[in-house]
Design a protein around this ligand. Sequence first.
Ligand code: BTX
Length: 328
Amino acid sequence: MQTDIRRTLLEMFTNAEGEYVSGQRISDLLGCSRTAVWKHIEDLRKEGYELEAVRKKGYRIVTKPNKVSTNELLLGLHTKKIGQNLHYEETVESTQKIAHRLAQEGAVEGTVIVAEEQTAGRGRLARKWYSPKYTGVWMSIILRPAIPPQHAPQLTLLAAVAIVQAIQEVTNVLPDIKWPNDILVNNKKLVGILTEMQADVEQVHSVIIGVGINVNQKLEHFDSDIQHLATSLSIEEQKEVNRAALMQAIFLKMESLYEDYLENGFGLVKHLWESYSISIGKRIIARTLKATIEGHAKGITNDGVLLLEDDNGTVHHIHSADIELSSK
Ligand code: BTX
């Protein structure tokens, strides 16, 4: 079914708020025959929409599919760029992989690749990211900022702020950010962000922000190796959370922060990020690939680098590490 017809149909059913819409009204609105209307309705059924048809009354939506399909995401999405060009897949190895290919092929800024399931979702340093079907937000967002490559980590922090704000808007959960890319609730991992880029020495061509959010998993859905360290929004909220609404909120927040970032620089994001961070101002342990350093987290630089002052007063610039709060 063509996307614009789908959109019009779904908009109409959404506006009807569960009431019946007559076949005649639908055919007038779409400008097609009653037989064509019936075919469109069948297509929606195949996509997982449950539609009731009653003679002389028409059609009404009973339930929408538990999917984050293009329809669900585009309906009522008020961004200019982010999310307007969507690639939706049921099952992929990794949305990052597809995003890299599309970015190379010239995908427009704001293109989002979203999947219901990833079979080889990845974290940093080739770690695995569990992405089971229909339960989470697994997506990659392509941006094309005209910035030098060393500024790209700023966009991880920008994404983290946008995600925290969106979660606060859509749920009652109040997450914290742990440098550089974890979003936690009660010290358990709710979100992972993986930023990758295509660049030459001077200029970024594209930044690909991979976002994994545990939304509707129950504790028993997590693999045993991460059960003790992971959580989901529905575990925290004690109810299911609408994934499409959450993604739309993220797109909106991200776009407004990104516009400000391009115009005014990193200042606003830095300020907001520090206000959500649980590590800044605390004593922490940072494990880098080369060493383990303990000390006081003083803040982040404009390049998103963590400043860690050890007990001798030396300030270390931490570019990449796993950190934890120190018990000392
Ligand atoms: P990270 O390296 O910070 O975290 C990876 C670690 O997190 C794993 O080693 C494991 O201990 C734990 N982990 C794995 N899966 C989960 C999960 N579902 N919930 C909580 N903890 C988990 C974080 O890397 C970056 C993750 C980005 C994922 C997105 S999803 C869309 C996009 N596509 C893709 O392949 N990756 C990104």
